[in-house]
Write a protein that binds this ligand. Sequence first.
Ligand code: CMP
Length: 233
Amino acid sequence: MDTQIDGQEQEPQLERVAIFEGLDPASLIQLRQAMRRRTFRQGEVIFHRDDPGQVLYVIKEGRVRIRLTSSEGQEVALSVFGPGESFGEMAILDSQPRSADAIAVDKVDVYTLQRQDFIGVIKSHPEIAIEVMKTLSQRIRLANQMVEDLIFLDVYGRVAKKLLELSKDYGVETEDGVRIDMRLTQQELASMIGASRESVNKVMGYFTDKSYISTDKHKITILRLAELRKRIY
Ligand code: CMP
């Protein structure tokens, strides 16, 4: 059930939400009053691709995976959003159905804003439109990068590139190399790079045999960064 935001302790800290940055305090309060709060359990579907979409979501807590799934069940993660980020703007802006599934990665707390309220705040504060366009531009950039990788890199190259990216974001130096400090299954890795679990399994086996990486309890350590880097170009 939706709950109206009513108390200070439930404040969504909207000034920290990228698309609402720069709104004056009075407008933030007005926006808060129009928002409702919802909670999703870990793994719960927030919406499916092709559902009709009438609300914008702003994440307060937790992470949300945006994904596409083939009829055979193979999935590709387009993005993972966290606190302060928003999603679900596309269906609102172009009046088409949802373009992808949204799944709660953890327990997720969101605020929802109805289409007419979102459009209303954009009309009264056109600077929000600039922030929304900025966000959309960044997403198109990343989507272009994904298309480029899918076309120009084989699965070896895509796995190597993703491991190096993850080591930048989550890497911890160890005696042996750089450990990626997040639990990552082969299925999750496969969905990040748009490949099947079987092909990622083959690549991980090859990289392990070559001592480029080692894996312990779903945590991957990169032993030879330079060798992995060579696989990308
Ligand atoms: P909407 O189409 O309403 O529902 C799915 C949401 O996922 C979409 O709005 C965007 O907020 C988000 N989304 C869709 N495609 C991408 C992408 N390629 N990168 C990041 N976010 C996306």
